[in-house]
Design a protein around this ligand. Sequence first.
Ligand SMILES: Cc1cc2nc3c(=O)[nH]c(=O)nc-3n(C[C@H](O)[C@H](O)[C@H](O)COP(=O)(O)OP(=O)(O)OC[C@H]3O[C@@H](n4cnc5c(N)ncnc54)[C@H](O)[C@@H]3O)c2cc1C
Length: 429
Amino acid sequence: MSENGFDAIIVGGGLAGSTAAYVLAQEGLEVLLIERGNYGGSKNMTGGRLYAHSLEKIIPSFAEEAPVERRVVKERICMMTEQDAVTMDYHSPRLAKNGSDSYVVMRGEFDRWLFEKAEEAGAVTAAGIRVDELIIENNRVTGVICGGEEMKADVVILADGVNSLLAEKAGLRERVKPSQVAVGVKEVYGLPKEVIEDRFGLTGNEGAACLFAGSPSNGLVGGGFLYTNKESISIGLVLGLEHIGESDKTIDEMLTAFTSHPEVAPLIKDGKLLERSGHVVPEAGLSMVSTLYGDGFLICGDAAGFCLNIGYMVRGMDLAITSGELAAKAVLEAKKRGNFSASTLKSYKTMLDQSFIMNDLDVYKNFPGFMENPRIFNQYPAMLADIMADMFVIDGKPAVPLRKKAMKHLKAVGLMNLAKDGLKGVKSV
Ligand SMILES: Cc1cc2nc3c(=O)[nH]c(=O)nc-3n(C[C@H](O)[C@H](O)[C@H](O)COP(=O)(O)OP(=O)(O)OC[C@H]3O[C@@H](n4cnc5c(N)ncnc54)[C@H](O)[C@@H]3O)c2cc1C
């Protein structure tokens, strides 16, 4: 142990924090991992699907021992109006190939497992304890204060999630703005395994991931999600926080409308409501990445703003895990040099720049701006549904060429709007 106390104190036993603690403890450092919830994961929530590549590098074949639900082999994207649904289905073994596989997880169980892995590796864990403040001496973070008790370390890793009140209070990052986040709400419905497999065309441990755009968000930026667990279904909404007050429905009403939609209700029919939860999701991409390091501290995971919402997928868990790993590697380097100042800890930023995290955030940096367009959430789903109705509804009236009927719907949205939005959409991805 360092003469200052611990080598590292990690705040937050979510995926970012537990990964950092695991990597450091594996290397023999004295680490304290502090989680305010009663156990790692007790406060955490996700849609959610974990892309395996990040954790696979740290704990190979982790899915064989971790409490994962199902491996996703089926993707479904559905554009909805209040009555209609236009769905695209993609089913492929390529989604399940080692290295590009992804798993539906329940964070209560999954994070608890990772938290305990950190403990097994030698980290000292403290659950049910909230860090109230950082200790800052001579402009350097030197520890944390919990319930009036001071704990010191050479370095503090902040992995305390999207709001990171500690970093904000210490002036290490700005307050998160409503325009930078969404609110996520989720319900979990219990159903027998066989019923889930029949409804989604799955076998064994196969799973499905479904995204819904249009009426679920009631015209606001956002959408619906559904993931199959072993014996339950996770279903919910992600809604941009900034404009939520403008909606004529409450979040609860939107969730009820979504879960009772004719396309969705049969999927959860007879399911027993097991759980309801809510959480904030960072979704402004690169523009909300915070300060990442300084004298005696590093910030990772959602606390650093590392999350990607690109409409048809949310990715925060793989970014949290890899940023936790890289923060740990920067601490190992600093320990070797005996120097925990910003000049050494900046290696964290260098490693992030070389990783998929900064690359992917940069590639999709214009996407949040593109999503601000309300046509995406109301006019386009309706246009698509109207075109499908023209193709498939036969009522005996004299036929009109499809191109003419389709043109009517395209013109209703505006050909210039379509061209502009199409171009902007292509450029943003
Ligand atoms: C509705 C929704 C759907 C999502 N879907 C997906 C998805 O499908 N795939 C995906 O990859 N990502 C998804 N995400 C994003 C993903 O869940 C996050 O990016 C991820 O949880 C970030 O992990 P983290 O460890 O950085 O933060 P968190 O999971 O938030 O962990 C932070 C931890 O810090 C603890 N903590 C906070 N303050 C303190 C304190 N003062 N003292 C002690 N402990 C503290 C908390 O209790 C918590 O355990 C979704 C998010 C939401 C809300």
